[in-house]
Ligand binder design. Sequence first.
Ligand SMILES: NC(=O)c1ccc[n+]([C@@H]2O[C@H](COP(=O)([O-])OP(=O)(O)OC[C@H]3O[C@@H](n4cnc5c(N)ncnc54)[C@H](OP(=O)(O)O)[C@@H]3O)[C@@H](O)[C@H]2O)c1
Length: 363
Amino acid sequence: MAEFTPPRSFASNNLLDSNRSCSPSGQLRKECSSAEVSEKAAIALISRLATTLTLNSGYRMPAIGYGTYSNSDSPSVMGEAVYKAVQVGYRHFDCAEAYKNEAAIGMGLERSFRDGLVERSELFITSKVWQTNHDPEHVVAACRNTLSNLKLTHVDLYLIHWPLAWEYTNVDCEPLVPKDNDGNVIMSTSGCSLQDTWRAMEKLVDEGLVKSIGVSNFSSTQLADLVSYARIKPAVNQIECHPYLPQNNCRKFCAMNEISVVSYAPLGRPGNLHEGDPKMMEDETIARIATEKEISPAQVLLQWQIEKGLAAIPKSTSQVHMEENLLIQNVLDTNDINSLDALTTRHRFCNKKWCYGCLVFDD
Ligand SMILES: NC(=O)c1ccc[n+]([C@@H]2O[C@H](COP(=O)([O-])OP(=O)(O)OC[C@H]3O[C@@H](n4cnc5c(N)ncnc54)[C@H](OP(=O)(O)O)[C@@H]3O)[C@@H](O)[C@H]2O)c1
């Protein structure tokens, strides 16, 4: 499959020419001139200026965001980490009701507003509706529940987390995975289609609860179907994407339809590996480029994302890693990118075979 690069006008980065920004230019100027801004925060700010994507809804999204899913850190640790991430310079946060930590993250965000670190209008906050809440009335209740937990009046982006519906449990998605006595996932019997769910998502925009809507883990085929009936086009498809799973087909389809791609697990989930998972950050080619360019393997992987016109949402609770991941310097050359594109290892780190009861992906 030939490599694909989206048109520059779509994955463009000119922050200052839009009046629908999540980070108004005036505010950025204020931040730039603040005497209290540390050198690291200033560099992070410059990084952010250079890497902001314009969604098809007209809103702007910082290309490097902060992932909030963790299977090892408690909700309170993630809430603290979000506060720290705001301090470090992150302005884009990826949340989900299924991560079961939105209330703690809401407290972290509230504290960052209270302490004057940032204003709500400067942040781009995403959340997602879980499979048990796909029925239209549950979509609305789930979104309101997320807003209440996050202590926000709107989110900037709301996604359908996975393209399949399970039996409703309750508004808190408890249990997260409804199972029968044999341990199989109980699929929804309500007759709710993805089209029904999308209509409810569109209504959330109409009601001002969310600014943009999108999907996650959708294939090109599922997107093609969605685009055929969508009144409001999906702004984003959030998928696993990195040099071991470059998603060339899906990225091409998304670019042709002006759907931005947000890459999850961009570092290959080093803290959550299962049997048979490769250690992508230790890949020889990635390590060689990192050494040659005097950057870290994580920075190599994140710069690959920027070069492809993608957004990425690495998770970290370590301040050193948070800062490292935000400082994307433009040091990879064409040979480096070609070397990364030539990698032949193919791996999906987040395949969810253990819980979905049916295979979502073909590989
Ligand atoms: N839509 C979906 O279905 C879906 C699925 C999975 C994930 N996501 C989203 O994507 C986000 C990111 O994915 P992920 O958390 O699975 O994987 P990831 O970001 O690829 O990897 C996170 C791991 O990398 C480590 N790390 C971070 N920066 C590092 C650095 N500079 N050097 C070395 N190690 C580093 C972190 O450890 P430390 O904390 O110790 O730094 C953590 O263990 C999630 O948090 C979530 O928001 C969405």
